[in-house]
Design a protein around this ligand. Structure first.
Ligand SMILES: NC(=O)c1ccc[n+]([C@@H]2O[C@H](COP(=O)([O-])OP(=O)(O)OC[C@H]3O[C@@H](n4cnc5c(N)ncnc54)[C@H](OP(=O)(O)O)[C@@H]3O)[C@@H](O)[C@H]2O)c1
Length: 269
């Protein structure tokens, strides 16, 4: 099925509703550590393959390349879901950084803006969260959230402002499966978005290869589908056109409860 270079119809990619009603495609195209021509080429290929959610960050320094690919695609701005992230070292000046980010990306707004890592000082964390909410209310980002935050750090933000982050983007893959964390984020209304789904996964693990064989897909596709079947959004990067396409081609199969449980159990090994 899916390790060929077939395009996926963008409308087949499920969306998740973030707090506030913004719809986010559940598979995003990761752009780290791509820069320059490689970044532009990969994003262009991803858009052609059907991705409509692109993940960048100030830290990645590839906004101009992403912008170039978006322009070349001739897609309308509202057809794209664009995420960027504020470096922890920039938390003292979010307005200025966001203005630069929007300029570099050639857009008037982000769909999702995340604090990339929690600042060490909890007061700075609450302060920057307040400012993100203000910038969102001004229309510069449709939704705001965090990345790499613990439940306790999320609770601090919510208690101080009455608003939880829309998303927590976290390192997630079968070996990191943690039902308690997923449930904790769900109870708080925070959508979980996993990054580095494949990089730290043993794609030769017999659990994954056997499930892949049963569905005529690749182990990488099984891992990505496992995210979706747990209602976890996923950001995946590739610079290889075939893998870019295959990583989005996830909608001709799904995992049953037994298969999900086998993959969940990889975390206990
Ligand atoms: N919030 C954060 O702190 C944070 C941290 C890290 C990453 N991220 C975001 O998440 C995105 C994804 O994470 P990541 O890039 O670290 O990890 P990843 O997407 O899990 O893995 C990327 C690596 O896997 C390879 N790959 C891709 N598809 C494959 C496939 N089907 N089969 C085998 N290998 C495959 C890629 O090589 P090829 O390019 O050669 O295909 C690349 O080496 C990043 O690009 C970034 O946007 C966020």
């Amino acid at each position: 099925m899916a390790d060929n270079g077939l395009m996926t119809d963008a409308s087949d990619v499920p969306e998740v509703r973030l707090a506030g009603g913004v719809a986010m495609p559940m598979v995003g195209f990761g752009t780290w550590p791509l820069r320059g021509h490689k970044a532009c080429e990969a994003v262009r290929t991803a858009l052609q393959a059907g991705y409509r959610h692109i993940d960048t960050a100030t830290m990645y320094a590839n906004e101009a390349d992403v912008s170039h690919a978006l322009r070349d695609s001739e897609l309308l701005r509202q057809e794209i879901f664009l995420t960027s992230k504020l470096r922890a070292s920039d938390v003292g000046r979010p307005r200025e950084v966001l203005a630069g980010e929007l300029r570099a990306l050639g857009t008037e707004y982000l769909d999702l803006w995340l604090v990339h890592w929690p600042p060490r000082d909890a007061r700075a964390s609450v302060q920057v969260w307040r400012e993100l909410l203000t910038l969102r209310d001004e229309g510069l980002a449709r939704a705001v959230g965090v990345s790499n935050y613990s439940l306790a750090q999320i609770d601090e933000l919510t208690e101080a402002t009455g608003e939880a982050p829309a998303v927590n983007q976290i390192h997630w893959n079968p070996r990191r499966y943690d039902a308690g964390l997923l449930e904790g984020l769900r109870l708080r209304g925070v959508v979980v978005e996993g990054y580095s789904p494949l990089k730290d996964t043993n794609l030769n693990d017999p659990v994954l290869t056997e499930i892949a064989w049963a569905h005529s897909v690749t182990p990488a596709q099984v891992v990505l589908r496992w995210h979706l079947d747990h209602q976890v959004a996923v950001v995946v990067k590739s610079a290889d056109p075939k893998r870019i396409a295959a990583n989005l081609n996830l909608f001709g199969f799904s995992l049953d409860a037994d298969e999900l449980a086998q993959i969940d159990a990889l975390a206990a090994r």
